[in-house]
Ligand binder design. Structure first.
Ligand SMILES: Cc1ncc(COP(=O)(O)O)c(C=O)c1O
Length: 373
């Protein structure tokens, strides 16, 4: 049995290694846009951080988030997308309700829902039969009057698949018929082609969670948002634990990021795509498979048939590179893949590719694999 202290020591050891190549958590390590860095430094220099931010977020940032998503609604700025989702689960999940999601999914909202006494229904999407995606038929069979939240991670982490506007429309129809709320987790939307946030199609029965961790690289700053209809944001804000607002410095960085977004994302998408091409070629040459191509996110899901993902993760860790084992995401399907993030400097991707054959060879004979998180 591993403890919270074990988990903390694991991440603390990774953080303590300042040469670590972070390719396991879909974070973005491309050197920040100077205007984003400047905005955060200005907030520090001016002492703006001595005061709390407004409880729902700075109005300028709230407006910029809503405009960026292209929806009619309001934003509740949170300490990362994870707290947007936690707050929503606290507001809506109760004993007797369900949260319906895919498997794999991003696992933490399921935990939050269970903590509220709700039941979590995970629909298997791990396979080429449905293109590693949820289908409206699968969803319809699982959603009934008990369903409080349909939690859709789009693009899916860890698979890298995305949904069309038509599919989102079908999911919304199901949500409306059952009285559920469609929660569209848009954390990776900026990496996808033609992504449509659900509230654009149905402002009442859908809500989005967004993050500044992946596209902008602010993971350690902790800033994200929940975006939905004004009445929903009013309701959900009553369950927020961030009564005293999200971080001031983080919010100023996020605002600057939205101002330079078009220019910044051109750079990020170019580097991400080139890194994905390189990792794909190296993986296939080494006998691994790329489960979903092209990926619509900033990572690749690599099939490891015949090789334990945990062993490969540990072999890479010993080489100073963090990648993620599939069981982080899914107990059912996690024994056959690893996930490798690609919003990293090109030199990191080159290192990963160069180390891959040696790491695979080492993984085959590894027997002492510590607990991974
Ligand atoms: C699907 C998904 N949603 C939400 C989050 C949380 O992001 P944040 O860093 O904004 O809390 C993550 C982070 O990995 C994620 O993968």
């Amino acid at each position: 049995m591993t403890t919270a202290e074990d988990r903390n020591r694991y991440f603390d050891a990774l953080s303590a290694d300042d040469t670590l190549i972070w390719m396991g958590q879909n974070t973005n390590h491309i050197p920040a846009h100077p205007e984003v860095t400047e905005a955060m430094i200005a907030a520090i220099r001016s002492g703006a951080f001595n005061a709390y931010a407004p409880p729902l977020g700075f109005e300028s940032l709230r407006a910029a988030i809503v405009a960026d998503l292209g929806v009619a609604g309001r934003a509740l700025v949170t300490e990362g997308g994870v707290n947007a989702l936690a707050t929503l689960c606290r507001a809506r999940c109760r004993p007797g309700t369900t949260l319906v999601t895919s498997d794999p999914t991003w696992k933490w909202p399921g935990l939050f829902a269970r903590q509220q006494g709700a039941e979590v229904v995970e629909l298997p999407i791990f396979g080429p039969e449905t293109g590693y995606k949820l289908t409206p038929d699968m969803l319809r069979r699982a959603v009934d009057g008990r369903c409080a939240l349909i939690y859709l991670v789009d693009p899916n982490n860890p698979l890298g698949t995305t949904y069309t506007a038509e599919e989102i429309g079908d999911f919304l129809q199901i949500a409306r018929e059952s009285g559920a709320l469609l929660v569209h987790d848009c954390t990776y939307r900026d990496f996808a082609e033609g992504h449509v946030p659900a509230p654009r199609l149905d402002p009442e029965n859908a809500v989005c969670s967004v993050s500044f961790s992946k596209w902008l690289g602010l993971a350690g700053m902790r800033v994200g948002a929940l975006v939905g209809a004004p009445a929903l944001i009013e309701e959900v804000s009553g369950y927020a634990s961030s009564i005293l607002g999200a971080g001031v410095v983080a919010q100023r960085g996020a605002e600057a990021g939205l101002r330079v977004k078009a220019e910044w994302m051109e750079t990020v998408l170019r580097i991400n795509r080139a890194n994905q091409e390189a990792v794909k070629a190296a993986a296939e040459a080494a006998g691994l498979s790329v489960l979903v191509w092209p990926s619509q996110a900033n990572f690749l899901c690599l099939g490891t048939t015949g090789l334990a993902p945990e062993a490969l993760v540990e072999a890479f860790r010993r080489r100073g590179i963090m990648i993620r084992q599939g069981t982080y995401h899914t107990a059912r399907f996690g024994h056959s893949f690893v996930k490798v993030s690609t919003t990293v400097p090109e030199a990191w991707a080159v290192r990963f590719c160069a180390e891959l054959p040696g790491a695979i060879a080492a993984a085959r004979s590894l027997t002492d694999i510590p607990a991974l998180f």
